[in-house]
Design a protein around this ligand. Sequence first.
Ligand code: GLU
Length: 428
Amino acid sequence: MAGQTNAFEMAQRQFDHVADLLKLDPQVREILRWPLREFAFRIPVRMDDGTIRVFQGFRVQHNDARGPNKGGIRFHPAETIDTVRALATWMTWKCAVADIPLGGGKGGVIVDPATLSVGEKERLCRGWVQQMWRNIGNRQDVPAPDVGTTPQMMGWMMDEYSKLVGEYTPGVITGKPVGGGGSLGRTEATGFGVIYTVREAMKHLGMDPKTCKVAIQGFGNVAQYAAIGYAEILGGKVICVSCWDRADRTSYTFTKEDGIDARFLMSITDQYGTIDKEAAKAAGYVIEPGDAWISKDVEILIPAALEGQINAETVQKISPRVRLIAEGANGPTTPEADEVIKERGIFVIPDFLCNAGGVTVSYFEGVQNDMNFYWTKEEVLEKLDTKMTLAFKSVLDMALQENVFMRDAAYMVAIARVVKAMELRGWI
Ligand code: GLU
């Protein structure tokens, strides 16, 4: 998924760099460089035509010193154990930086969900839980959606787990549908969280949303609500988004210089994130192939798709006008590209800070499940804004105090919190 870049090597390189800066004890390093537990399993699924297909599933639990492991399950054809390891590791840092009492985990299945019928998807989700139910739970490890998985899938998984343990256990998984144990605001959470951190960064940099344009990569859940949030919360213009076109097996950028209408684009996007090109063209969008989003003449870039998208090659295409990169995706920037970005003085809101809104509302969902009492959407989003603003501030303070790049500062804040929890529990 990360092209030439192995995502887990990238996660380890980022960690090693900050571990060196912090002169971290080698024994502590040894604990944190690798996940504590990994599960790899096969999931046999009865297909609609009566045959059986066996899917490869994973769950990686990186570190649970601060609380139960937490993180999504990704359904993607290019999933590997290393992507899951990287994503699980980043979840540990994400929960720590957001200061929510959870550890890091991630799961996956090697599959293109668009090739499955609804019934096949349901059986695959239930099959995943049948393999993992002894090692997940609201006090052990709490999965959630990620790329390729949906609230409905979380609902099926929660149901399967509840049946296996013999009691209704909504808190075993988050990102469930509203009305089925889900939290209001979870759908918007990651994208809006991105925008709350963008707002804080713009204040710090003295940038005005009314005059600053944004280019977004992707048009999945994160990109959609980041686009809506930039326009509706901050009153600014997003001039493009991009999407993977399943039929053409390539990606396209959809641009409107006077501002895209994200809600309109959502109405012409299928459930796998492919925008209808004809409908977009009819509405005046310019459609260009591939990575046109990255060379747009804008002040802000929001990569909100997959890992490794800003790399040694694509980083060269970034316009001199860009002042801020807000990483909505996990791991969108490779260490090589990071060096170029640092030299150019572009301010980066690093992924596990920028996109922590999703897991923060997942945490709120678990809290509401435990209380069996549900908050309004306004309450959820207000609590989310408070958490994201505080997280941004703690990372910015660290960056200014230590005179380091924002990514290193985020690692410093996160590692210190995890190390502290390990000390308090007597692990080190
Ligand atoms: N998959 C999301 C992430 O990467 C959300 C995880 C969660 O809600 O647990 O942060």
